[in-house]
Design a protein around this ligand. Structure first.
Ligand SMILES: *Cc1c(COP(=O)(O)O)cnc(C)c1O
Length: 386
């Protein structure tokens, strides 16, 4: 049997590799604390679960879903963009249901990238921005992200020969893994750049609802002209503790939405309609759970920052958003050597920054989705190994 080259060309999926190492330790009876993956540890709010319980008993929901999303779900998405961001998107032509943002990101490559075409990818970013390109024979240009540029991906330094073959650019602020946030000026420059080089911007807004100290994230589509060049991805995963449910949406530029919808209709058959009904409840029902969640993560952020400061690990940015702390590795270590030392000696998993792209070298990502007592125990263990 011979598998395709694209499989051999993929790096091991970051979290699959971490999971494998953890299982090896656990098989030896060792208690491993994972601060690796960003997966909310608190449950989906009750009112959303209740909506699902009702929706699953509706026989109409038992048939194939709509490829593009139920009209009522797309209307809820459009309404949410209006009430949350004051952004107008037409529910019919400018929104599309996704089986999680990850699915949308991966399929965008099929819709936009031919073999040899470039995608501009944040120097440290969600791994699928890169692996999605590998899957279709596309090329990746890593946009540098540094402490000096506030971890705002530097698209201006992209060489002309790359730009000549570039189709798509991913941006994501609030940012995973660095926790950086962007300002209007950066978004406006990105829009002008995309217009000049005929690129689709995909703004991945997975963390729009997670903010601290009063920070409220914007939508990329709030910027003038954004809809001419961009789509935005919003996910129920992090905002409503719904990672397991697999529901998100894309919105914005109608041409891009249509292209992605065409790919999807040939590959998947949409989001289970009962899950869409639950997501409608998430988007249109009470929003109190978000403030509660942010209170929880803010407390954990402070706990981690305080502990890291005590043990002399530097954090370049105090996070005002996301569920991550981006920490510098001690001098003389690489991301991978530090992460593996922490796992070997402290039995704590942190994510090596280099796994997110070349700009991630020299950092590790600590996720705040672990209960407080375990988080404290993990930091204590790290302290004892240093
Ligand atoms: C978690 C995450 C996603 C994936 O979200 P799903 O909707 O669960 O697929 C996408 N992008 C970023 C940046 C993320 O951190």
């Amino acid at each position: 049997m011979r598998t395709a080259n694209r499989i051999a060309n993929l790096p091991p999926y970051l979290f699959a590799e971490i999971d494998r190492k953890r299982e090896l330790k656990r098989a030896q009876g060792i208690d491993v604390i994972s601060l690796g993956i960003g997966d909310p540890d608190t449950p989906t709010p009750d009112h959303i679960v209740d909506a699902m319980a009702t929706a699953i008993r509706n026989p109409a929901n038992h048939q194939y879903p709509s490829y593009v999303g139920a009209p009522r779900y797309r209307q809820a998405c459009s309404q949410w963009m209006k009430t949350r961001f004051d952004v107008d998107v037409d529910s019919n032509t400018e929104t599309l249901a996704l089986i999680g943002s990850k699915e949308g990101i991966a399929h965008l490559f099929t819709a936009f990238v031919d073999p040899g075409d470039y995608t501009l990818v944040p120097g440290a970013g969600y791994p699928v921005y890169y692996t999605g390109g590998v899957m279709v024979g596309g090329e990746t240009w890593w946009m540098p992200m540094t402490e000096e540029n506030g971890f705002l991906a530097d698209f201006d330094s992209t060489p002309p020969e790359v730009l000549a073959k570039a189709k798509m650019m991913f941006l994501s602020y609030p940012n995973n893994p660095t926790s950086a946030v962007a300002n209007d000026e950066y978004f406006d420059r990105a829009i002008a750049f995309a217009r000049e080089h005929d690129l689709l911007i995909v703004h991945d807004n997975a963390y729009s609802e997670i903010g601290f100290d009063g920070y409220v994230a914007p939508s990329f589509l709030q910027r003038p002209g954004a809809k001419d060049v961009a789509i935005e991805l919003f996910s129920c995963s992090k905002a409503y503790n719904m990672t397991g449910w697999r529901v998100a949406f894309a919105c914005g530029n109608a041409t891009a939405i249509k292209a992605l919808g065409t790919v999807k209709s040939n590959i998947d058959s949409g989001v289970f309609t009962a899950v869409q009904d639950a997501a409608i409840e998430a988007l249109t029902g009470p929003q109190d759970s978000i403030a509660e969640l942010n209170g929880l993560y803010q407390r954990r952020r402070d706990l981690v920052l305080e502990a890291l400061e005590k043990i002399g690990i530097e954090v370049p940015l105090k996070p005002v958003a996301t569920i991550y702390v981006w920490a510098k590795v001690p001098a003389g270590e690489t991301s991978a050597s530090f992460a593996s030392r922490i796992l070997e000696e402290a039995n704590v998993i942190v994510a090596a920054g280099s796994a997110y792209g070349p700009s991630g070298e020299g950092y590790v990502r600590i996720s705040l989705t672990t209960p407080d007592d375990r988080l404290e125990m993990a930091i204590e263990r790290i302290k004892n190994t240093l």
